[in-house]
Design a protein around this ligand. Sequence first.
Ligand code: NAP
Length: 263
Amino acid sequence: MRDDTDFHGQAVLITGGASGIGWAAARAFAQRGARVAIADLTEEAATSRASELGPTHRGVGGDVSDEAAVDRMIHATVEAFGRLDVLINCAGLPDTFTPTIEQTGAHWQRLIDVHLTGTFLMAKRAAVEMMRHHHGVILNISSIAGTHALPRRNAYTAAKHGVIGLTKALACDWAQDGIRVNAVAPGYILTPFIEGLIAQGKLDPKVIRRRTPLGELLPPEEVANAMIFLASPLARTVTGTVVTVDGGYTAFGSPNDAAIIED
Ligand code: NAP
């Protein structure tokens, strides 16, 4: 019987693939037979992670907000694997929680450039390769901040709302080209991104667990599981949508705690 989550023969490019959700995705796709290109800000981080996966995988450095670097990353992937089937846009950085009136234009621009413009540039360039085979899947990363407000995290909230709009527009544009485009909206996932905010005292894990119906911060592998489904033929008719992986966080609206947490 055919296994729909077998990715042998497919090439997967993951930005932000050296850490957190991207790294979990890299392992999940490699375990299922894909050849994985890990793209990350530094070449060193990317190639080191790729060698952890094994000799059939590649690492490539570059900033997703730089169009020339985007071109190099996609070109290197296609040169190594001969094709590109799946693009996962995981590159990202946290907002700073600075009071809004003290936030600079440069701060705003950097967050928008990496999360929103980077997603656009990577998708646009990847689609050229996918159209050659009339086959491709693009997965973008939104957030709770893609549908709900996170005060003081203005640029992050705007970028993640924008990622959902961009996902829908690209999905409709490229449906006839054999390319599906979806977003994943993770809740609070235990990665270096969130661990850093906890260490800085900007997030309280106990408060998050109380506010989350499942009562936990989720491991990045749970997000990777949703990506495997979305990239597989099981999701053949799923495009232009957002799959939420947040333990019920955005479904919950009561003024009381969502979960009972032992201290
Ligand atoms: P992470 O562990 O910090 O990984 C992000 C990776 O992206 C890092 O390796 C980082 O490199 C890289 N990166 C940053 N800027 C880049 C750029 N301009 N070009 C290329 N790579 C860049 O974070 P994560 O938690 O896995 O987050 C991945 C994505 O999920 C982000 O878009 C984030 O907003 C989103 N997300 C995360 C959560 C969560 O709870 N963790 C929830 C919702 C959404 P450096 O380490 O060198 O900066």
